[in-house]
Structures are given as structure tokens and as C-alpha cells.
Design a protein around this ligand. Structure first.
Ligand code: BT5
Length: 324
């Protein structure tokens, strides 16, 4: 898309609660009034809905359904998160792109979003299935001034943000499975991957990767995932707007993250335990060394899972697979 058109969308989007005159636009873009009109017609062909009123000017009243930097920014209720958005139709992994941008000084709050990932990844290099235009595949670059050993708290924070956003829809009752899965009716609909660059307990940057299945039907999920994964669409039979969900996630993330920086982890921990799956119940714990059944007692300030060891003592677990 030509940069004049991008600038035009930006001008219209920034004025989204009022009209802007053709003259003001032509002054800003330094093009003639008839050129402005031609660009408007082109935007309409792309699915933008623009209202033109004599004496008042133009205003944008609808964006195309396709994701783009503009459609995500338009109506986004945040101060700094997502003000810098990079959108790709297809990419290997938004995490990889985010690392490149973070190394090149991308500002705090930069967000990378893709319609499709060809090499999406989970923890320990597991695969993350990221079908085109079916879900939210995004990475957030943060530069928090917190000790590096607190970084796992950001995964738990992100899980509470996703759970808060999903539970704001009456049909959904999300639960969080330690440490990073969001479940609907016991099936995984979202995962979080936190990666960081740090030195001597000082963080350079953190990248929070969020994968959320939105529009998948059963057939869109691989055979392997069908019995343990789900999507918002499959749970509700509703047609979800990916753009609206992204905006809700970013706005809620910003508020929650600011409160966390100001007041610490206490409230996040409480909220996490409110959504926590199988808290107080017996689960199967499998670590690198052993496997046993024990009650899931809650989480610690550092994100560890609290439980009872095989020989009956209080134990903190940092890495394990939980099943039931
Ligand atoms: C996660 O890992 O759950 C973290 C997923 C993070 C994905 C985001 S998308 C944007 C950003 N860019 C990336 O490349 N990644 C991040 P983990 O807990 O290791 O879970 C991985 C396991 O979940 C896989 O081994 C599968 O069993 C399952 N899985 C894979 N794709 C899935 C999907 N779309 N929905 C539900 N489960 C899935």
C-alpha cells in the first residue's frame, strides 16, 4: 500500500470520533483535493467504510476485517502498549521477529502480530500450531525494571490477563493450568511463551508470546490436538472478531502490568489462584526425575508450584508436566 494511503488511514483513524475536512487532509498530505478523493475511493474498494458529508468532511466508520497495523490501532484503548505494531501476513514465528526488533532497540510495548506462523513454537522447542487467520499469534516486547529472577511472574501475569479477558464474555469460564495454559472446559485454547535476554539479573528485554485459538473448527486442529485443544469458536459457536480480542488483551495487559510494577505480584498471585485449575486437588506430577500424585496447593511468589514431595515434605516445583 502506498505510504500516502497509510498516512491517510492514520489521519482518519486519529480523528475517529469526528470529521476531518478534505482541505485539512490535502494540507496534511500535501496532495490536491481530487487526489484525496481518489485515495478515499481506493480505500473503500479495500473494505474501509468512509462517510463523506458536505461542509463537514470525512470520517472513517469501519475497517476491513483483515488485520493490519491500522485496524489493530484503530480503537485501541492503551497508552503505550501496541502503539508500535508490526503486522505480518505470514512469518516463521513472531517470537523470532520480536527478538530481532528488541535487539534493534524497539521500544517497550512494541507488538508483533501475524496472521499465520509457519514455525510457531511452544516451550522447550515444542511446536505451536498457528493456522492462518484462525487465532491470535502475537509477541509483546517489554523492558521491565525488575530483577531477572522475577520474569516467570510475567508468564503468570499474562495468564491472568487472558483469563480476565475471556471471562468478560458470559459464555466462557477460563481456567489456568500451571504454568502457562489457558483451558476452556478442560481443553487448551491458549499458551504463553516468555523469553528474555538478561545479564547478571538485569533484564534487557522480555518477549511475551501469546497464542490463542479463536476461529478454529474441529477440522482446523491437527489429529493430535483434537482431543485436548479447543478454540473460542468451538466453545461458543459464535463468530469472534480477532481484532476486538487483540485490543481487549492489549488494553487489559497494559493496566495489569502497570499495577504489577506499582504494587508487586501479590494481587496477580491471588487472581491466578482464583482461576487456577485443580488447586486444592490431587494431580499427577512428572518431573525429569520422577512421577507421583500429590495435591496442588497453589503458587509461590516466584511462580513455582507448591505441592508435597514424594516423601511428604512441602515442595516447590519449577518445571514439570501436570496431568490428572
Ligand atoms: C505453549 O507452549 O503453550 C506456548 C505457546 C506460545 C505460542 C505463541 S504464538 C505467538 C508466539 N510465537 C511463537 O512462535 N510462539 C508464541 P507449551 O506449553 O510448550 O505447549 C506446546 C504444546 O501445546 C504442544 O506440544 C502441543 O501439544 C500443544 N499445542 C500446539 N499448538 C496448539 C494450539 N494451537 N492449541 C492448543 N494446543 C496446542
Amino acid at each position: 500500500m502506498s505510504s500516502t494511503r497509510n498516512k491517510l488511514i492514520e489521519i482518519l483513524a486519529l480523528n475517529n470520533d469526528g470529521y476531518i475536512s478534505g482541505q485539512a487532509i490535502s494540507d496534511k498530505l500535501q496532495i490536491s483535493r481530487s487526489a484525496v478523493w481518489k485515495h478515499m475511493k481506493e480505500l473503500e474498494k479495500d473494505g474501509y467504510k468512509i462517510e463523506g458529508k458536505s461542509n463537514k468532511g470525512y470520517r472513517i466508520i469501519g475497517f476491513p476485517n483483515k488485520l493490519s497495523e491500522n485496524t489493530i490501532t484503530w480503537g485501541l484503548d492503551s497508552k503505550w502498549l501496541g502503539k508500535n505494531i508490526i503486522h505480518k501476513e505470514s512469518t516463521s514465528s513472531t517470537q523470532t521477529i520480536a527478538h530481532e526488533h528488541a535487539r534493534n532497540q524497539a521500544p517497550n510495548g512494541t507488538v508483533i502480530i501475524a496472521d499465520e506462523q509457519t514455525d510457531g513454537r511452544g516451550r522447550i522447542n515444542r511446536n505451536w500450531d498457528s493456522t492462518k487467520e484462525k487465532g491470535i499469534w502475537m509477541s509483546i516486547i517489554l523492558r521491565p525494571e525488575i530483577p531477572a529472577h522475577h520474569a516467570p511472574q510475567l508468564t503468570l501475569l499474562t495468564a491472568t490477563v487472558l483469563a480476565d479477558v475471556l471471562s468478560s464474555y458470559p459464555l466462557l469460564q477460563p481456567q489456568i493450568k500451571w504454568p502457562n495454559d489457558i483451558l476452556l472446559n478442560g481443553k487448551k485454547c491458549a499458551g504463553i511463551l516468555t523469553e528474555m535476554q538478561a545479564e547478571q539479573d538485569q533484564i534487557w528485554y522480555v518477549i511475551i508470546g501469546i497464542g490463542l485459538n479463536v476461529k478454529h473448527t474441529r477440522e482446523d486442529l491437527s489429529e493430535e490436538l483434537r482431543h485436548r485443544a479447543t478454540s473460542l469458536g468451538m466453545e461458543t459457536e459464535k463468530d469472534w472478531s480477532i481484532q476486538e480480542l487483540i485490543q481487549k488483551i492489549l488494553a487489559t495487559f497494559e493496566k495489569t502490568y502497570e499495577l504489577y510494577l506499582e504494587r508487586g505480584f501479590g494481587e496477580i498471585k491471588e487472581k491466578w489462584e482464583h482461576y487456577g485449575f485443580k488447586i486444592g486437588k490431587e494431580v499427577n506430577i512428572k518431573t525429569m526425575k520422577e512421577e507421583w500424585k500429590a495435591p496442588f496447593l497453589g503458587i509461590a511468589e516466584d511462580g513455582a508450584m507448591l505441592t508435597i514431595s514424594k516423601d511428604g515434605h512441602n515442595q516447590r516445583i519449577y518445571s514439570a508436566e501436570i496431568s490428572w
